[in-house]
Design a protein around this ligand. Structure first.
Ligand code: SAM
Length: 237
């Protein structure tokens, strides 16, 4: 199922839902999102080279992954980019109150045109962001460009579970629960888009293919929570 993605409309939609975004994330994921981000941050700790001492978090939103990566990886500075200024404003306010302030730098930028030099970062991450791009492959190529040789790119994303029962339950959740509850609590239609974007998004194999075509030499897939969420890591050789 193809879903039309107009970057301007998607940017406006994320800006509209920004104020309640964190609260809804935690409610709708039954607080599992903390665990998913911690898993990604821990993998970065074990897989990323020590230099350069920078990690990019693309589509950082309210910076929850940037904060988690910073806590698990104290020797790096984190650059969080997002094209929604409203998301970034909330992220800045949040980081000000936390132990990681001074180590996370937030920049308004589009993932498909990153304002970073080639090979500037030891690792790059993106959580629940890549599926919103009109051309996800462009975003992945940019992440590869700014990732140093021997560095890693970690993509955290929802994909459809292979188990038939889980797949059925997940489908019911995505079509009946997430849009109804999300739209009601956010007072917008954004959560219909979000559930459709998950249903329409690539399978893990397609994501792996995108990484390979973008030039990653090797990939690893980690299944989380009955295969609902995947962490896909690309190794830049
Ligand atoms: C679903 S949110 C995920 C936020 C955060 N990574 C998290 O885990 O909660 C997606 C974010 O991606 C941003 N985004 C989508 N497309 C983008 C692009 N092309 N460039 C930069 N940011 C983008 C949106 O503004 C939004 O903040």
């Amino acid at each position: 199922m193809a879903l039309k993605k107009d970057p301007k409309q998607i940017q406006e939609m994320f800006s509209r839902i920004a104020p309640g975004y964190d609260r809804l994330n935690h409610i709708l994921s039954l607080r599992k999102d903390f665990k998913w981000r911690a898993f990604a941050a821990e993998k970065i700790k074990h897989l990323a080279p020590k230099n350069p001492p920078f990690i990019l978090d693309a589509c950082t939103g309210t910076a929850d992954l940037a904060v988690t990566v910073a806590r698990h990886n104290p020797s790096y500075a984190i650059i969080g980019i997002d094209y929604s200024e409203r998301m970034l404003r909330i992220a800045r306010r949040k980081i000000e109150r936390l132990d990681v302030r001074g180590r996370i730098f937030l920049v308004r930028a589009d993932l498909t045109r990153l304002p970073l030099k080639n090979s500037a970062c030891a690792a790059s991450t993106v959580a629940f962001g890549i599926r919103n791009l009109e051309e996800p492959r462009k975003g992945i190529s940019e992440m590869r460009r700014i990732t140093a040789r021997n560095g890693v790119t970690a993509i955290l994303e929802f994909t459809n579970p292979k188990n038939r029962l889980m797949n059925r339950l997940y489908y019911i959740y995505l079509t009946k629960i997430l849009p109804v509850l999300g739209n009601f609590l956010s007072g917008s239609k954004a959560y219909s888009y979000l559930s459709n974007s998950i249903l329409a998004f690539s399978t893990e194999q397609e994501l792996v293919n995108m990484l390979s075509k973008s030039g990653y030499g090797r990939t690893r897939i980690f299944d989380l929570d009955f295969d609902i969420v995947k962490l896909i890591v690309g190794f830049k050789m």
